[in-house]
Design a protein around this ligand. Structure first.
Ligand code: NOJ
Length: 747
């Protein structure tokens, strides 16, 4: 065996009494689990339900003793292959029942090889690339002993103020569900493989609806919205085989999600038949006291365990109180047995009872492997969205006489990696400045302009303007640092920070072509910047290979293909703005719009038209969901339906012809949307129901088919899941605001 001493381990297990047999077939595994539980004391069972963070025990000996005595089931953030190996050895060989440990860590978008932030990954609309990226993340993490990661994060959000939008796949339940499936598959891989890592679908559920985008805030989500939007990606993750789920921090309709019987029991266990394990979020069990839902730690433990939490992360209400709660008859030992069975099932599914110890060589062979860096570059390139390209400003020729490269984000090795990079190392990053320098050498004129995003000083402006004057064109890198998005890093103002816009205004005065590259963890409100620049490439936080990926696109080795997984708003006042909003009783058209400055000073008008709109923002967002430009031009023609009647138990095919009428060979992300015209509850004005990334040569065209089945039209109406007959509209288009439209009837 290349990596592991499996024979040695197997013999160790045999000599140590082979504490558990593992079986491939579910029945024998279940039997083994029940047998094992029947031998465990209550204290040992409760031990399994605890996840300790590194540093929880006063010293290493105390930590090892806790493992020996079966007082802990999992560790969070214990690092180092050797250390993990040793603890796993103690668990398997020196603890009474030989139950292995789960080692959890947040490997969100890469371990050492960092991929784009998840919102960037989602912009690729490329589930196969993302699955590969997550597999690589797991392979690297597994080489360090990690066997459980707290990903994918599949919360839906409509609020770019929320810092964790960076970790999400954006606003759409269908797109997020596709990525949930791909990410779970990628993370877990083949469970028989030594590099399998358990995925954790989080945060269950509704966390992305935090009021005002303030992290950890209250959420109110009516059941139709919960089921039609927020639960969908989780259901997909479960179907893809996610071994674990994480309850969230938020209280949902008055009940914290870490003690919420409706979501954890009724939906997850009873309706979906989830057999894996639920871990709380960090301290979210005890935070139910702060929420005002639990009276004290004992009450919190009772509520969390009764609702459905199997393992408590970091805080100790389970290990401190569950025994007493059982003795008092408030929690039955049978319930504890069920909770422990869920945990053991995950350990068994991962093969941890027989998984051989690590060989130090594995990390050397995998961490930052060339193929990993190549995929990071490819995914980064596929995640950058071209928002504007006037007069074919891009691509630039590599023969350009001189190019000004300006802005702190041109050379931000740490910040280009984005949020949640515990193990990413900025020394591994290649920045755009480095790559462009490799390509252009002395023809690149670099100037910072501003030191960092929130810099209010204009002292660097002159150097930047000089560099711009000396150059044929300007690439100006702007954005927000990684610390401005991610957990707890919510912003109320989502404009470009500091004086970055002011510098853009000055650069514009040079008359040179300006390419703006934005690195950010959220869709920023960049209406003015979009207007000022000739071209805008929205790069998100692209990861380790930001430099080569940006260069691939701006110098035209590849065309941008990515499309927005979120609506871009003009300003925070438009939030929430998402494409599948309802029509309302008074929808406004552009022609209804009176701009606030055009209202006569002494107007005595009662109203400006009694329509649903803002008189300052209008009725459109800055950019619609699904939007993204290319170096070529695609034409959509010939929308056809195989039938205009869709019968129950049948399906129809909707198709269109997509022609590449420009002169760049590249991909196009073709999108299919549906509208249910009348429902027993009001229905969204559009819903994404399919997408396809196709590759078309200039002058060629391709017919793209989408199947629509009645089941695709199902929704929850407050009482039931229903598929309602009636009229539907269908679009095939390049984004959520454009496309060819047809109609069909479901009968
Ligand atoms: C809190 C975060 O909400 C969660 O996403 C993360 O996995 C845990 N901390 C563990 O670090």
């Amino acid at each position: 065996m290349k990596y592991f001493h499996s024979i040695l381990l197997l013999s160790l297990l045999i000599f140590s009494g082979c504490k558990i047999k593992t079986g491939k077939d579910t029945d024998s595994s279940e039997q083994n689990i029940q047998e094992l539980i029947s031998k465990m004391t209550l204290a040992e069972k409760i031990g399994q339900m605890y996840q300790a963070f590194d540093g929880f025990y006063p010293n290493d000996e105390a930590l090892k003793n806790a493992v020996r005595e079966g007082k802990v089931g999992s560790f969070l953030n214990v690092q180092g292959a050797d250390r993990i190996n040793e603890l796993q050895r103690i668990a398997l060989e020196e603890s009474k029942h030989g139950i292995p440990l789960l080692f959890g860590r947040d490997v969100i978008h890469g371990y050492r090889t960092i991929f784009p932030i998840p919102l960037g990954m989602a912009s690729s609309w490329d589930t196969s690339l993302v699955e590969k990226a997550m597999r690589i993340s797991s392979v690297e993490a597994a080489s360090m002993g990690i066997n459980w990661t707290f990903a994918p994060m599949i919360d839906i959000t409509w609020d770019p103020r929320w810092g964790r939008i960076a970790e999400s796949c954006g606003e759409d339940p269908f797109l997020t569900s596709q990525f949930a499936t791909a990410m779970v598959k990628g993370i877990q891989g083949n469970l028989d493989d030594p590099t399998a890592v358990a995925a954790c679908a989080k945060h269950f559920v509704g966390y992305g609806m935090a009021e005002a985008g303030r992290d950890y805030n209250t959420t109110y989500i009516p059941e139709p919205l919960l089921r039609n939007v927020h639960l969908k990606p989780f259901k997909a993750a479960k179907a893809a085989g996610a071994l674990t789920f994480m309850s969230a921090f938020n209280d949902l309709n008055g009940v914290p999600t870490s003690g919420n019987e409706f979501t954890l029991k009724t939906i997850l266990r009873d309706e979906w038949n989830f057999k894996g394990m639920v871990v709380s979020d960090w301290a979210s069990v005890e935070e139910m006291i702060t929420h005002g839902y639990a009276a004290n730690r004992k009450d919190a433990a009772e509520k969390a365990v009764s609702a459905g939490v199997d393992m408590e992360m970091s805080t100790t209400s389970f290990i401190d109180y569950l025994k007493i709660l059982v003795e008092e008859g408030k929690i039955s030992e049978k319930l504890i047995n069920n909770r422990v069975a869920n945990i053991l099932r995950v350990k068994m599914s991962l093969g941890l009872f027989t998984k051989p110890f690590l060989d130090g060589k594995m990390a050397k062979d995998t961490i930052l492997a060339k193929s990993h860096l190549n995929l990071s570059r490819e995914l980064a390139r596929n995640s950058m969205v071209l928002l504007k390209n006037n007069n074919q400003t891009l691509p630039l020729s590599k023969d350009i006489r001189s190019l000004a490269v300006i802005g702190s984000f041109a050379d931000a090795p740490h910040d280009q990696m984005g949020t949640w990079v515990f193990d990413g190392n900025s020394d591994d990053s290649e920045t755009p400045r480095t790559t462009i320098n490799k390509i252009l050498g002395k023809r690149m004129n670099f100037a910072l302009g501003v030191e960092y995003s929130r810099d209010k000083s204009t002292v660097g402006f002159n150097k930047a303007i000089d560099a711009a004057r000396k150059s044929e064109a300007i690439v100006y890198f702007v954005g927000e640092e990684s610390i401005l998005s991610g957990e707890s890093n919510s912003r109320g103002i989502i404009d470009l920070p500091g004086v970055q816009k002011e510098l853009l205004i000055e650069l514009k005065k040079t008359g040179k072509r300006i390419i703006l590259v934005v690195m950010a963890g959220r869709p920023l409100a960049i209406a003015d910047e979009l207007e000022l620049a000739d071209a805008v490439l929205y790069a998100w936080h692209p990861g380790t290979m930001a430099g080569p990926a940006v260069a691939d696109l701006i110098f035209g080795d590849y065309s941008p293909t990515a499309k927005l997984p979120v609506t871009f708003v003009k300003g925070a006042g438009q939030i929430p703005f998402y494409y599948y909003r309802k029509n309302t009783g008074r929808p406004a058209a552009n022609s209804d719009f009176t701009y606030i400055d055009d209202i006569p000073r002494n107007s005595k008008q009662l109203s400006l038209g009694f329509k649903s709109m803002h008189i300052d923002y209008g009725i459109e967002p800055l950019l619609p969901f699904g939007y993204g430009l290319s170096y070529t031009k695609f034409q959509y023609t010939n929308l056809q339906l195989s039938d205009t009647i869709l019968n129950f138990n049948e399906s129809i095919i909707v198709s269109a012809n997509i022609s590449n009428v420009g002169n760049f060979e590249t991909d196009e992300i073709v999108q299919m949307y549906v509208r249910d015209k009348v429902g027993s509850i009001t229905r969204p004005i559009k819903e994404l129901k399919g997408f396809n990334k196709i590759h078309v040569k200039p002058g060629d065209n391709m017919k793209v088919d989408f199947e629509i089945k009645p089941a695709d039209l199902e929704f929850f109406n407050g009482k039931d899941y229903v598929i309602e007959p009636g009229n539907f509209e269908v679009w095939i288009g390049p984004n959520s605001a454009e496309g060819l439209k047809a109609k069909f009837v479901l009968k």
